[in-house]
Design a protein around this ligand. Structure first.
Ligand SMILES: CC1=C(CCC(=O)O)c2cc3nc(cc4[nH]c(cc5[nH]c(cc1n2)c(C)c5CCC(=O)O)c(CCC(=O)O)c4C)C(CCC(=O)O)=C3C
Ligand SMILES: [Fe+2]
Length: 333
């Protein structure tokens, strides 16, 4: 019997309690502690979404679902999924050592973020590479999967469901997620003004553009493909959640885009945070609280697409990504 092949699934991580926010924020800031003001502001945002983010739970469910899906396809024992976090325990580096110690010789690495950037995906890979340099395993990285068909299909279903909620006159209350089973026969326009879909992702410092980073182009490609699948022609792009630093961040910011669309008379908006695959602070606070507050002020209706979380279609897509990367690795040997 061949030894199990590893999957190193990597995710951002979130503090397990409010007490851990300071250490977490310091880690994100490369060891520089945040000012008391920045820390209080971040804690207040976690408090506003219930004190802790659901991200760690969801990430673990995604890992378990990926394991189950790979077992279902290739049989139990063929794959072993490990989960490492960028900014909280269990850290990526520790998990790589654990993989090596448990006899995994080769692992596919996959970041739970669809779009590649040197400032996002690359930093996960570097953390893994540094740890693997000591005792292995050999790592086969997946850089991006922003056009993976099941991922696109799952997003398109959610856009369609969000448009249906808009046309059903849903209140402007992003806390309510649209279900995948909602009626889908709508372009969001019956009798009303047309709806606009905003595809968003986490902003990054503008200096990524100097090195021709693929991140903005990949978000555009995801949005265009999802719009095509959902039959949506009225859509645009925005960046959200820019950091509180002195850098210039990629724009336009999503709040400015909402203002601008409202100024053009758009009254019905769907936000599809296509750069994220789970419910967490950037979705539950930055969209569901910040964007919703602005939409209410402007008198526009805003619905957010449901997050992918451990949706079976999405997880099946991730399993395909892993298997395709391993097949390419085997072929290249
Ligand atoms: C590209 C990208 C993604 C998407 C890709 C991926 O997933 O990797 C992402 C996701 C996430 N970012 C998260 C949380 C935070 N990110 C921060 C700060 C920053 N993010 C950045 C980039 C990204 N971040 C950057 C360049 C900074 C500035 C760092 C600095 O200061 O130099 C800060 C500090 C405060 C603030 O700036 O808001 C927090 C709290 C959470 C977890 C939320 C939860 O706990 O539920 C998630 C999923
Ligand atoms: Fe972040």
């Amino acid at each position: 019997m061949t030894e199990p092949r590893g999957v190193l699934l990597m995710a951002y991580g979130t503090p397990a309690s409010l007490d851990e926010v300071e250490a977490y924020y310091t880690h994100i800031r490369h060891g520089r502690p945040p000012t008391p003001e920045l820390l209080a502001d971040l804690k207040a945002r976690y408090q506003a979404i219930g004190g802790v983010s659901p991200l760690n739970d969801i990430t673990r469910r995604q890992a378990a679902a990926l394991q189950a899906r790979l077992d279902a396809i290739d049989g139990p024992g063929r794959w072993r999924v490990f989960l490492g976090m960028k900014h909280t325990r269990p850290f990526i580096q520790d998990i790589v050592r654990e993989m090596a110690a448990s006899g995994v010789k080769t692992a596919v690495t996959l970041v739970l973020a669809p779009h590649y950037s040197t400032m996002s995906v690359k930093s996960y890979q570097t953390a893994a590479d540094q740890a693997a340099a000591e005792a292995g395993p050999r790592l086969w990285h997946v850089d991006s999967w922003h056009l993976q068909p099941q991922f696109l299909q799952a997003l398109a279903e959610r856009v369609t469901a969000a448009l249906a909620r808009l046309s059903a006159g849903a209140p402007s209350d992003g806390a309510v997620s649209d279900g995948r089973s909602a009626p889908s026969a709508s372009d969001g326009t019956p009798g009303g003004t047309p709806a606009t879909v905003i595809f968003s992702a986490h902003s990054l410092p503008e200096r990524i553009l100097e090195a021709d980073d693929p991140y903005p182009r990949q978000l555009r490609e995801t949005g265009e493909a999802v719009a095509r699948l959902a039959g949506v022609t009225d859509y645009t792009f925005a960046w959200q959640s820019a950091g509180r630093t002195d850098d210039r961040w990629l724009g336009p910011d999503i709040l400015d885009v909402i203002r601008q669309l409202a100024g053009q008379g758009r009254r019905r908006l769907v936000v599809c945070p296509a750069g994220f695959v789970a419910d967490h602070l950037e979705v539950l606070y930055d969209v569901d609280i910040d964007c919703q507050r602005l939409a209410a002020e402007l008198g526009v209706q805003l619905v957010r697409t449901a997050s992918l979380n451990d949706d079976p279609l999405f997880i099946a897509g991730l399993a395909d990504v892993v298997r395709a990367r391993a097949a390419r690795g085997d072929h290249d040997e």
